[in-house]
Write a protein that binds this ligand. Structure first.
Ligand SMILES: CC(C)(COP(=O)(O)OP(=O)(O)OC[C@H]1O[C@@H](n2cnc3c(N)ncnc32)[C@H](O)[C@@H]1OP(=O)(O)O)[C@@H](O)C(=O)NCCC(=O)NCCS
Length: 178
C-alpha cells in the first residue's frame, strides 16, 4: 500500500470511490450525496485550503481522506478531516488509520496546529482525536451528534478554549451535514 497526496488528476476516481463506499455502508442516496459533496469540495475549495490523501494499491485508489481549512477566531491554523472512505472490500485492515496518520503527518509538516473531525469517536480515537466540548471550540453548525465533535492538537500544546464562532469551507457549509 502506498500513501500519497491527492492530486486533482485523481478527482474522478476519488468521487467514484466515495460514492461506492457510502452507497454500500449508508445506502444509494447517501452514496450520491457524499459523491456530490466530494465533487464540490474539490471544485470549490481554494487549493491552499484543501489537503487530500490517498491510499493506492497496485495503482488503484482504495482509500481517500480530505482535510479542509477550519477557521477559528484566535488565529490558530486548523483543518477539519472529512470525509473518509476506504474501499468496502479492504475495510478493517488498518488502512483508514494509516491513511489518517499519514495525513496528520502532512498537516504537521505544514505547521497546522489543530485538527478537528466529526464522526465515530471509537474509530477516530485510534488516530489521536478526542471528544471536545463546544464550550471549548464551537462547531460551525448545530451538531446532531455532539458526541462526535472531536479534535487533537498537532503542535504538542494542549487545546485552549477558543472564544467565538468557527467556519468551515463552503462545501461543508450545509447544516444537514452536521
Ligand atoms: C470508517 C472507515 C473509514 C474505517 O477505515 P478502516 O480502514 O476500515 O478502519 P481501520 O481498519 O483502520 O480501523 C478499524 C476500526 O474502524 C472502525 N470501523 C468503523 N466502520 C468500520 C467498518 N465498516 N469496517 C471495519 N471497521 C470499521 C472500528 O472502530 C474498527 O475498530 P475495531 O477493529 O477495534 O472494531 C471505513 O470502514 C469506511 O470507509 N467506512 C464507510 C464510510 C464511513 O463510514 N466513513 C467514515 C465517516 S466520514
Amino acid at each position: 500500500m502506498k500513501y500519497s497526496l491527492f492530486n486533482s488528476s485523481n478527482s474522478q476516481d476519488v468521487i467514484e470511490l466515495f460514492s461506492a463506499v457510502f452507497s454500500v455502508s449508508e445506502g444509494e442516496s447517501e452514496g450520491q450525496t457524499i459523491g456530490r459533496l466530494v465533487s464540490t469540495l474539490i471544485s470549490s475549495t481554494p487549493s491552499n485550503d484543501l489537503i487530500g490523501c490517498v491510499a493506492i494499491d497496485n495503482g488503484r485508489i482504495v482509500g481517500c481522506i480530505f482535510f479542509s481549512r477550519f477557521t477559528v477566531a484566535n488565529g490558530q491554523v486548523a483543518f477539519i478531516l472529512s470525509p473518509v472512505a476506504i474501499s468496502t472490500e479492504l475495510q478493517g485492515r488498518a488502512i483508514g488509520q494509516r491513511l489518517i496518520n499519514y495525513g496528520l503527518g502532512c498537516l504537521k509538516s505544514l505547521n497546522v496546529e489543530l485538527a478537528f473531525t466529526y464522526g465515530d469517536p471509537a474509530f477516530y480515537s485510534k488516530t489521536g482525536f478526542e471528544q471536545i466540548s463546544e464550550s471549548v471550540v464551537k462547531a460551525p453548525f448545530p451538531l446532531s451528534q455532539p458526541i462526535g465533535w472531536l479534535a487533537q492538537s498537532l503542535d504538542g500544546q494542549p487545546i485552549q478554549a477558543i472564544e467565538g464562532v468557527t467556519q468551515c469551507v463552503e462545501a461543508l457549509s450545509d447544516p444537514d451535514y452536521w
